[in-house]
Design a binder for this molecule. Structure first.
Ligand SMILES: O=c1ccn([C@H]2C[C@H](O)[C@@H](COP(=O)(O)OP(=O)(O)OP(=O)(O)O)O2)c(=O)[nH]1
Length: 148
């Protein structure tokens, strides 16, 4: 990928010795991020998995935390708040919220790839309050108004 955007990353003490999140292939959109802890997700259980990392994302960007499709497909283990939002001004530990929708306990070992991080541009909106909105073909139709 040409012109990658620089993102500051700091290893926390419990993140020492772990690889930084990395792109598995040259065209990958997401960097696989590793767990910094051992934890077992029992069926139905949620957990905020430690990564041992904190970041400073440049203004105008966010990091999205997305599931790995293999874990979701094979084990029902996914990210309940996908895409998780890491704000550019957040300096706490980056955590990966995970849930086990499967029927078996799912052990996570320190160093396992639990999710992927996607750096994405953000545009902030500025409200312009008006009394009336313009007419459109759709109007107020939604939630299946065009049929199946
Ligand atoms: O999967 C996630 C989601 C969020 N965060 C961190 C970074 C983010 O910048 C911060 C706040 O996230 P969010 O805005 O989603 O949380 P909230 O529920 O709205 O709480 P807050 O009041 O702290 O904003 O928590 C994570 O580490 N992992």
């Amino acid at each position: 990928m040409t012109n990658p955007v620089g993102v500051q990353v700091k290893r926390l003490p419990h993140g020492e010795g772990l690889e930084l999140p990395a792109y598995a292939t040259s065209g990958a959109a997401g960097m696989d991020v590793l767990s910094a802890e051992d934890v077992t997700l029992e069926p139905g259980m949620r957990h905020a998995v430690a990564t041992g990392l904190s970041v400073a994302i440049p203004d105008g960007y966010e990091i999205q935390v997305r599931p790995r499709s293999g874990l979701a497909f094979k084990f029902g283990v996914t990210v309940p708040n996908t895409p998780g939002t890491i704000d550019s001004d957040y300096r706490g530990e980056l955590k990966v919220l995970m849930i086990n929708h499967g029927t078996d306990a799912f052990p996570i070992k320190r160093g396992d790839r639990v999710a992927q991080l996607v750096l994405a541009p953000v545009t902030q909106a500025q409200w312009h309050e008006v009394a009336e909105l313009d007419d459109t073909e759709r109007g107020a139709g939604g939630f299946g108004s065009t049929g199946r």
